[in-house]
Design a protein around this ligand. Sequence first.
Ligand code: HEM
Length: 205
Amino acid sequence: MFTVVSENSSATFNWLMTELMKNPQVTAKAQAEIREAFKGKKTIEESDIQKLKYLKLVIKENLRVHPAVTILPRACREECEVDGYTIPYKAKVAVNIWALGRDPQYWEEPETFKPERFENSSLDFLGNNYEYIPFGAGSRFCPGMNFGLANIEVPLAQLLYHFDWKLPHGTNSDDLDMSEMPGVSVQRKNKLYVIATPYNPPIEG
Ligand code: HEM
């Protein structure tokens, strides 16, 4: 329980910062949205987050390419047939969320980080579309989804509102290290170093 709560959220957050560093145009668009929506505010509250449509798309796209849980282990309850293969009773089946999220059969340019792909799409987090199941699907669906999302949306919005971000001198966004470390949650293999510069929003009044 403690592992899924902290590890899944921290893995997701690490990858989000990585993708934002790798895709400065996405960062600029997300920051413009946040700074326009909260112009004149000293800080961001949880209730403000609903205004941030693009930020939510960024989080959605990040969970497509970097699902914190990559494999769902299952056991077959009765013999059945899938795509012409007989799956015997009790067979162990691994549902690969990572591969589904990058399958070119379902996704245009799957390796490109493009939050806009979700703009006019009905795909949600609820496990109704099997090509996109970052919180699982069915009876073992993640019960912490709403908490997990709020846990990412609020701090991310605050970090993007209050700071500008860049990579350390000599690091290029094109050759950012994207190595993964397998585990309960898929974390970055190596640390991500970023430089934060405080941004002082113009305060009204
Ligand atoms: C971004 C954050 C998170 C992601 C991506 C995530 C994803 C998942 C996934 C894929 C599963 C497996 C579902 C299945 O087997 O079908 C799961 C299970 C679970 N998650 Fe989350 N999770 C996150 C955050 C959280 C949080 C914050 C909590 C608790 C507050 C939580 C509690 C649980 C529990 C208890 C299960 C086991 C459910 C069961 O086996 O019946 N998760 N999560």
